[in-house]
Design a binder for this molecule. Structure first.
Ligand code: SF4
Length: 419
């Protein structure tokens, strides 16, 4: 590993919970439904995060278990069964139903895996019922995807076919572009997980080579390995360098000649570097502090430091999987400080002491920091924006240069003075 300093911290946290990932998962798999088993707070979170669809039938909902139900577990199980059956009677097009656990202590006591098992026996052939936890006690917001994918893995058929499996949700257009690059390199059998339909799960076996698109899929990666797949070690496809090394790692693993890889990637790299220039001009020399939330913080810091010239003060990450993150940490500048976990008060003190130009953080911290005159970028935007791949490097940089430009416009005097 590089000379980065790795520290741990624990204390009060300020992060979104894993329910949030339903927002992008339900768009990815429109034949699936996500039923949160939770409280009114959970219902509010998911509705405000995803918006309420007025003309379309929503593909997520909350079974709000009232205190009456929670008084006895038998009642809660009955109530949940009733909600599920009503839902499926109204929505027969649902092919996969995810029961998503949440925080309230009484909900934690419900054995959702048993509920799912019983429903699978009863509803055999009509729908597959799975469960995972989105509880904020156990997960940060991106880990909801990790839980959902892990729940799908036992349903993946076996295969001995040689294939490249891209794992982690990508915007469809970005996925199409990446698949086309792999096809041009000569890797024809490329599949994605999660698929675009929950019932079209890719098969898996010892000839499956997994290329992770997202850094927060620790449990999914482990389960895929248990199924015999090989995880290709690579940085993540953010920025020109990360995306190039990511594609090269897959190409190496399939024995593709370097000259073929270079001939396809070099024009993309030149174009992307040119498109990055105006953002580098804005970002270069600016101080960046990343608070822990999405688990994308290390790849983002690597990109913003190495390709955009930002000075990294601290990289916070909710969890650090050293194996999956090794290739990323190796690329970081040697003096980087990575803090795993969070004590939000201490971290905010360090933010204030270091006067950063930009803080990447959760939505809950952004407004207070903005009120103190510190520019922020919501980390949740990284999972809703098409930022993966060589072509997308300038769009990724723009997410960070835009708040600095906005800050300049709102503080013209200060900008003139500091310039
Ligand atoms: S799962 Fe927990 S943190 Fe998330 S909305 Fe529900 S109560 Fe809040």
């Amino acid at each position: 590993m590089s000379g980065a300093t790795l520290l741990k911290e624990s204390g009060p946290k300020e992060v979104f919970c894993g329910l949030t990932s339903i927002v992008w998962l339900h768009r990815r798999m429109p034949d699936a439904f996500f039923l949160v088993v939770g409280s009114r707070t959970c219902a509010h979170l998911i509705q405000s995060a995803a918006g309420v669809m007025i003309f379309a039938e929503p593909r997520f909902g909350t079974a709000i278990l009232e205190e009456r139900d929670l008084a006895g577990l038998a009642d809660a199980h009955d109530e949940l069964n009733r909600v599920v059956k009503n839902l499926l009677a109204r929505r027969p097009e649902i092919k996969t139903l995810f029961l998503v656990g949440s925080c309230p202590s009484e909900v934690i006591k419900i054995d959702l895996s048993r509920v799912a098992e019983n429903l699978n026996i009863e509803l055999k052939g009509q729908v597959t019922v799975l469960n995972y936890s989105g509880s904020g006690i156990e997960t940060t917001f991106t880990q909801g995807e990790d839980g959902a994918l892990k729940a799908l893995i036992p349903l993946m058929p076996k295969s001995d076919q040689k294939k490249l499996l891209l794992v982690g949700t990508l915007a469809n257009a970005v996925e199409d572009r990446l698949v086309s690059i792999f096809n041009r390199l000569g890797i024809d059998n490329v599949e994605s997980f999660p698929p675009r339909q929950s019932t079209e799960l890719p098969s898996i076996g010892p000839e499956t080579k997994v290329l992770l698109t997202q850094p927060y899929l620790t449990d999914t990666a482990r389960e895929l390995e248990n199924k015999g797949a090989e995880i290709i070690e690579a940085p993540f496809p953010l920025g020109v360098t990360g995306s190039t090394l990511w594609i090269q790692a897959a190409a190496n693993s399939f024995g593709i000649d370097k000259s073929i890889v270079d001939s396809i990637l070099n024009p993309l790299i030149s174009r992307a570097k040119k498109a990055l220039e105006p953002h580098v001009e804005k970002l270069s020399g600016k101080k960046l502090f990343l608070l822990p939330e999405s688990q994308l913080e290390i790849p983002l810091a690597r990109f913003l430091s190495n390709e955009c010239g930002m000075e990294i003060i601290e990289i916070g990450t909710p969890y650090l999987n050293r194996d999956l993150m090794k290739a990323e940490i190796d690329l970081l500048p040697p003096d980087c400080r990575i803090v795993e976990g969070q004590h939000v008060e201490k971290q905010l003190d360090r933010v204030r002491d270091s006067s950063p130009d930009l803080v990447v953080c959760g939505m809950g911290l952004a407004n207070p920091l903005e009120a103190e005159g510190i520019s922020t970028k919501w980390s949740i935007e990284m999972v809703f924006s098409p930022i993966h791949g060589i072509d997308q490097a300038s769009d990724l940089a723009e997410l960070f240069s835009r708040p600095l430009r906005r800050h300049d416009i709102l503080n013209p005097t200060k900008t003139l003075t500091s310039n």
